[in-house]
Design a protein around this ligand. Structure first.
Ligand SMILES: O=c1ccn([C@@H]2O[C@H](COP(=O)(O)O)[C@@H](O)[C@H]2O)c(=O)[nH]1
Length: 280
């Protein structure tokens, strides 16, 4: 059996062809109401289908937020499974925002759930937390390589509360976030055009203040509803900005349910990103 195309190659191709924007699928109860939908599985299904049909053929990455599907139990997960399959079939890479983190043996089960090809929730990449120790992520890192998938590791999150943990000093000196970024750089060493291990770094940070040279993608949530704008990206990411995948959820979704309005909102963010990042 031939080995799958590596995630770094697939993501770079998608970013070159479609631009780097990632749109999040976050069916908040308030958004369901604003779209005239009930806060139930039918509303969830309609919302999700509308976003996938509007955007999966044009954005590089769609990022379903697992929590909003889990809150409806097994029927919500079924909607998520369908969305993942349809988004991938339409050409978007699917980044499952599940933020899993656990001891290594349990991480193996999460890796099977999201990164094993025959899983109903098989996605192109998944978000994980390294704050049980970077080594606890090993099963996910290994499964990702086997499947041609990516793993996005929380480094410096977009929420202000993250700093008390992530900026704390690690035992060897330097911040915990920097320690995690160093591990990511080790995982990605030698990969071309970039490795499968991405970092999550909030676009809200102003200045990252860490070395982001990890030879991997940098997911930048926080644009739109959390207050960051595409114009903030060069200041936060510096030279690493060409590897940034800017992520917007509510900032796009609030323009639904009209598909043309969703597409126009995504295109406005894409254009602002082009202007801010230029030919980086
Ligand atoms: O540091 C992080 C990591 C993940 N997120 C997730 O991204 C979206 C943001 O939604 P908006 O509506 O664009 O604010 C959401 O799913 C978060 O869980 C993040 O915001 N920050």
């Amino acid at each position: 059996m031939s080995s799958p195309e590596p995630f770094g190659t697939r993501l770079r191709q998608a970013m070159d062809a479609r631009g780097p924007l990632c749109v999040g699928i976050d069916p908040h109860a308030s958004l369901l109401a604003a779209w005239g939908l009930d806060d139930d599985v039918n509303g969830l299904e309609r919302f999700t289908r509308t976003v996938v049909e509007a955007l999966a053929d044009r954005v590089a990455v769609l990022k379903p937020q697992s929590a909003f599907f889990e809150r409806f139990g097994s029927r919500g997960i079924a909607v998520l499974e369908q969305a993942v399959a349809e988004a991938r079939a339409a050409g978007a890479l699917v980044l499952m925002d599940a933020k899993r983190g656990d001891i290594g043996s349990t991480m193996g089960a999460y890796a099977e759930a999201f990164l094993r090809k025959d899983s109903p929730l098989f996605s192109d990449a998944v978000t994980v937390s390294p704050y049980l120790g970077f080594g606890s992520l090993r099963p996910a890192l290994d499964q990702a390589v086997l499947s041609g998938c990516g793993v996005f590791v929380l480094a410096l999150t977009s929420n202000p509360e993250g700093a008390e943990v992530q900026r704390a000093t690690a035992s060897g000196g330097g911040s915990l976030a920097q320690l995690m970024l160093n591990h990511m750089a080790d995982e990605n060493a030698g990969a071309d055009p970039m490795g499968p291990v991405g970092a999550v770094v909030g676009a809200t940070l102003g200045v990252a203040g860490v070395d982001l040279d990890i030879n991997g993608p940098l997911l930048a949530p926080g644009i739109g509803a959390q207050g960051a704008t595409p114009a903030d990206l060069p200041g936060v990411f510096g030279d690493a900005v060409r590897n940034v995948v800017p992520s917007v959820s509510r900032g796009v979704l609030r323009h639904g349910p009209d598909a043309a309005a969703l597409r126009a909102a995504a295109e406005r963010f894409a254009e602002e990103i082009r202007v801010a990042v230029g030919g980086a």
